[in-house]
Design a protein around this ligand. Sequence first.
Ligand SMILES: Nc1ncnc2c1ncn2[C@@H]1O[C@H](COP(=O)(O)OP(=O)(O)O)[C@@H](O)[C@H]1O
Ligand SMILES: [Mg+2]
Length: 289
Amino acid sequence: MKTIGIAVTDPHDWTGVALCNSVTCSGMKPVMFSFSSATSDVLSGKIHAGKLELSALDAIIVRDLGPAEQNGAALRFDILCQLKDSGVAVINPPEAIARAANKYVSSCLFQKNGIPTPRTVVTGDVDAALGALSSFGRAVVKPVFGYKGIGVECVKNDPRGETKLRMLLEKNGMLYIQEFIRNPGRDIRVFVVDGEVKGSIYRIAPIGSWINNLSQGGNAKVCALTQEQEKIALKAAKVTGTVYAGVDIIEGDRDYVLEINGTPSGKGIFEACGVDVTVGIAEYVFNLV
Ligand SMILES: Nc1ncnc2c1ncn2[C@@H]1O[C@H](COP(=O)(O)OP(=O)(O)O)[C@@H](O)[C@H]1O
Ligand SMILES: [Mg+2]
């Protein structure tokens, strides 16, 4: 029987538990572990998490690599690449996780592949930052490796906004500045597995907020995608190389892909649509190993 590692931080996380169940239902053996206890011995080439030998697994599904400061995140990622090189199937592939985690890299990929995405500038230069703000009118500044809407800031093109932008630049050294897209108070999360849309929800921001993430108090409602929305979501997943992904789309004067998540939660889609996306992920892994 094939043994499938499921990398989680919280063993009670909905998606992690659902992945375990779906892996079991596909006739494979799931084992949950956390990257926080990953240990790599360079001499022997063996990689463990506690007593579990990660290098002996048939596959690893990465639900989440866990929070870690810069050095820790880089090491966890390198260990994941090492596991892949040693023959363990890793889903999502480490390169895809890296592309999706980096908003600058994914914005460039969207642009290069004709996927509509808001105008975006990355800069360390104050004049270029102020120039972008003035041309966008209103801007969103995001942490380039951010998630769950944390640290996302709206900056207006007025003297207060300029001061805020200068402060953010001073603090961060480089900024990812994006045009604010006027929208109907919601965005769309599309869940893609292996080239297929499995479910999609509107995320509706709480009153007084413009950030639609469910973890920031947004409400989920079933969403029927247009053909265009389905097309750009599938393309975003494809160009980043993600097997499964959560694609964020915002409806402005047209649909724009905001970003892509390579380690998305399946809980919101399950609660709103009754679709368990982990079934498709387990099937994909079953056919792979
Ligand atoms: N350019 C934008 N225009 C309008 N709203 C935005 C824009 N970018 C982000 N948002 C809002 O902020 C939320 C978080 O941004 P997102 O790029 O998805 O980063 P995160 O990785 O933190 O989820 C989005 O779901 C959306 O509600
Ligand atoms: Mg998002």
